[in-house]
Design a protein around this ligand. Structure first.
Ligand code: IPM
Ligand code: MG
Length: 359
């Protein structure tokens, strides 16, 4: 039997993971889903209880699981905590320890939400794309890093943007394979014009494409231009491969391409047979935490990705995605989603309920 470790975390995390747990219960009851779920502390709540955002025990349980479903971590109450003990540091450590170097961030614009963006309907309607973000390298992890005081009393903050060829090719391989399955087109985004690591990225991706994926049309784009093009005409893209930092930024743009940050799931994957981390892209949203109004769709869609990619139940994933599409089509809207005429305003459990009814 497969095991899924739930890490609800901070802020709205526990509220949305509770809805994902209800979906799991329902699939156990009427789809024969055989899945063991466990729950552990992670992030700020773990720091409060255990002095660390990610304890060795939680890490061991994550390693032993088939997959990890995370809510969100962080909040203003931990802004003063030492950098390496912050909730976000726990997330980065979990990613590094599980070596989940590939982050799949799909953006799908549900037909019912084509009017929910500040962008025009025709720009985003029908959008279905994927950002493949490198997740365990680059400036997030590069050394040296830190804040030092210079002899003249000035302070100096340092981070290092660094990639090796193997770090680039292992994630590029996945992106090429996904592009081949989809439309046969891959866009690779970096800043080869100003960064050596970007130039290496471009060269390695080009070489790999020519050697192993000649059937995939490869295009290179500078990351700043990519940001502009994503807003101007997102449907020109299908699969975008990019590094850790650019991927973080470019994937937030997808929120406006799909109607809301509350709609975006993600999957962080390592080598075959190792547990992936599935998490909504939105953060812990401390401003609305505890109010019962957070959108649970991204968390439930992340569960669907886990069921499809690692828990052996693509049928359950499809049921979830269809149920969410139906709930949206039937007009259910959490406050983050623009509600037109005839829509029903619901909170977190209300949206969860609407999805369960359609499962
Ligand atoms: C994300 C988040 C994280 C990141 C933070 C919470 C560390 O913004 O997953 O996009 O920067 O990777
Ligand atoms: Mg981010």
């Amino acid at each position: 039997m497969k095991t899924l470790l739930l890490l609800p975390g901070d802020g709205i995390g526990p509220e949305i993971i509770a809805e994902a747990a209800r979906v799991i219960d329902r699939l156990r009851a009427d789809a024969g889903l055989e899945l063991v779920t466990e729950t552990a502390l992670f992030g700020g709540c773990a720091y409060e209880a255990e002095g660390l955002p990610l304890s060795d025990d939680t890490l061991a349980r994550a390693r032993a699981a088939d997959a990890v479903l995370m809510g969100a971590v962080g909040g203003p109450q931990w802004a003063g905590v030492a950098y390496d003990k912050r909730p976000e540091a726990g997330l980065l450590r979990l990613r590094a320890e599980l070596d989940v170097f590939t982050n799949l961030r799909p953006a799908y614009c549900y037909p019912a939400l084509a009017d929910a963006s500040t962008l025009k309907r025709e720009v985003i309607e029908g959008l279905d794309m994927m950002i493949v973000r490198e997740l365990t390298g680059g400036v997030y992890f590069g050394k040296p890093r830190g804040i030092e005081t210079l002899e003249n009393g000035e302070r100096r903050g340092v981070n290092t943007h660094v990639y090796t060829s193997s770090e680039i090719t292992r994630v590029a391989r996945i992106a090429f394979a996904i592009a081949r399955e989809r439309k046969g087109v891959l866009w690779s985004a970096e800043k080869a014009n100003v960064m050596e690591a970007g130039l290496l990225w471009r060269e390695e991706v080009t070489r790999l494409g020519a050697e192993a994926y000649p059937e995939v049309a490869l295009h290179h784009i500078l990351a700043d231009n990519c940001a502009m093009q994503l807003v101007k005409n997102p449907k020109q893209f299908d699969v975008i491969l990019t590094d850790n930092l650019f991927g973080d930024i470019l994937s937030d743009i997808m929120a406006m391409l799909t109607g809301s940050l509350g709609m975006l799931p993600s999957a962080a994957l390592g080598e075959e047979g190792t547990p992936g981390i599935y998490e909504p892209i939105h953060g812990s949203a401390p401003d609305i935490a505890g109010q019962g109004i957070a959108n649970p769709c991204a968390a439930i869609l992340s569960l669907a990705m886990a069921l499809r990619l690692q828990l052996g139940r693509p049928d359950c994933a499809e049921r979830i995605e269809r149920a969410i599409g139906q709930a949206l089509a039937d007009g259910y809207r959490t406050p983050d989603l623009l509600a037109g005429e005839g829509c029903t305003r619901v909170g977190t459990t209300g949206m969860g309920e609407a999805i369960l009814e359609r499962l």
